[in-house]
Design a protein around this ligand. Sequence first.
Ligand SMILES: Cc1ncc(COP(=O)(O)O)c(C=O)c1O
Length: 464
Amino acid sequence: MDGTFSDNDISRVVEADRKNVWHHLIQHAPFFTGADPKIIVEGKGLRIWDQHGKEHIDAVSGGVWTVNVGYGRERIGDAVRNQIVKMNFFGGTMGSIPGAIFAERLIEKMPGLSRVYYMNSGSEANEKAFKMIRQIAHKRYGGKKHKILYRDRDYHGTTIACLSAGGQDERNAQYGPYTPGFVRVPHCLEYRKHEQEGAPSENYGEWAADQIEKVILQEGPDTVGGLCLEPVTAGGGVIPAPEGYWQRVQEICNKYDILLHIDEVVCGVGRTGTWFGYQQYGVQPDIVTMAKGVASGYAAIACLVTTEEVFDMFKDDAGDHLNYFRDISTFGGCTAGPAAAIENMAIIEEEDLLDNTTAMGARMIENLNALADKHAVIGDVRGKGLFCGAELVADRTSKEPMAEAKVQAVVKDCMAQGVVIGATNRSVPGKNNTLCFSPALISTPDDIDAITEAVDQALTRVFS
Ligand SMILES: Cc1ncc(COP(=O)(O)O)c(C=O)c1O
């Protein structure tokens, strides 16, 4: 493939970008004092090429854990092209062929769930889940059971309501006032349980779940309608739940008639080695939201999936003119999303990518543990499937988080070596200290080794 571009070919693009594009999540001042914005020109498999033709291994699937099946998949491009020239869009009051087919395929992977609602971003999917829970509260409980619980360190999206349900105080900062009715519960990061009052030395998972029950009892169970959790906390520190946690969570939701909403925006469609992260833990959610990996970024699509029981609550009283889900997402009617999602799912099946994810995730954890033996700055290694993290500390005994500048220096060093890794960033104050690894599900043993080899070199350079 042709990944070579001279500076001259691309310099006009770089200048147009510098002059007119407002990038996500970054401070732009350096672009006006010498640094160039980075332009990603091309991708194939796990590799990407920038404006200088420099090749990188992408260990973060498009930066934000999205391109699960890798770059350059012609069959997805062909399917999208064929669909959009035939029928690109109609508002979601009507159906589409790929919309119906993908819904059926998705539901086959999600026993116990049966209804798919389409929209185009993870934040939007979560907003819609919040709206459903609120509407159910109004219809069934006189509006009282309207509170939604969310967890410290979790993230559910960028809108004001999603930030109100966000457990990352640096991400939320300066965007208040927040939407009322969202209540925080404690995180379940065992490595940092010494910071949580009363945390036990054993059975931490059950204890962490019991903290949710405590909040429910404080608020009043008749005021709490939903609990929204990531299956593995992603940007808040790569936190798989400890043993015993999810089982207790399920019991608590059943006991207090609280809808369990699992945010699979990151873990959904393969990232952890099962179709959905919650399937690692044997829980049965009422609502599942998903986005990033659904079509691997080849088209914008997000889905909210519910049980038939939840769906029925919006159709059981047709005489009430307000008793249906009065919601729309214009671009939820785009057919490119489900057309791409059908191919994306077929690729995962045909190439056996779930098993590969489990195997490569285990290799990544093994490699990171080997690095921890060598580098004292690695305090904890954790992950599920191909979502792995290494938490860096200034001191292993006190677990004092490593300074953010040093963590970023590791990321920068890897980038200079041609390996794009991630780190928690502007998330939990003082705790943006976890390196993140989420390469595409197609990763090979050599890819995984190349990624951790780059980290090894970076740690050696930054901390020597
Ligand atoms: C767990 C989780 N939920 C929701 C979102 C929001 O998704 P989007 O950026 O598509 O709105 C994200 C984005 O990173 C996420 O990590």
